[in-house]
Ligand binder design. Sequence first.
Ligand code: ADE
Length: 243
Amino acid sequence: MRFGVVTLFPEALTGLVCAGVVGRAISEGTVDLYTETPRDFAHDKHRTVDDRPFGGGPGMVMTPQPTLDAIAALNRRMPSARVVYLTPQGSVFDQATAARYREAGSLILLCGRYEGIDERIIERAVDEEVSLGDFVLSGGEVAAVAVIDATARLVPGVLGHADSASEDSFGTDGLLDCPHYTRPENFDGMAVPPVLTSGDHKAIALWRRQQALTRTRMRRPELIDESVLTSAEQELLKNIDSE
Ligand code: ADE
């Protein structure tokens, strides 16, 4: 999997991305990360990348040329990559988007700063606009890190345990995850649910499924409507609802 990022703060981005499992995948070569900064493509001696907005108003807007040249530099390394602009105006990023990016195999992420970017950058070079949610960040870097992390962990070999990704929240069925416990069995008067130490694998699987369904029903009921449940799970849900 290959990621390219256009950012004014490459060190901030790589600092986060290069930690943990994704960082290990990058150093092992399973995942490639390239960054380009528009400043390197600015032609004036101050390496200017932004200017005041036409029509007035607060803040600065990133100008077309340095950013488009930075995208073009990444495009030369990754000719078939989709270009995604991170913005609150985009469609909301979710697990299905991560799976689609993983399938595509290469992605160029464009991080804005200041009030925004000149609309002609989007018209000329952007395939898709993606948001992390209904809030405003100071720049796209935090969102780019989230997209890279969520996508890279779906690449085979990035996570240690083969099944980890599919058993996460939203893993295969779009439900929230069940609670997890480890040692000690009794912590400060709080005991682990006895079924988990029973050794009865069928009962454990059933308990986990029940917990995942209960949590999803309580916290994110709309996810239940979107997920495909077996008839046994629908029965479980009826019991949960009647409790
Ligand atoms: N840039 C600024 N705010 C953002 C958001 N909510 N999602 C993605 N990119 C952003």
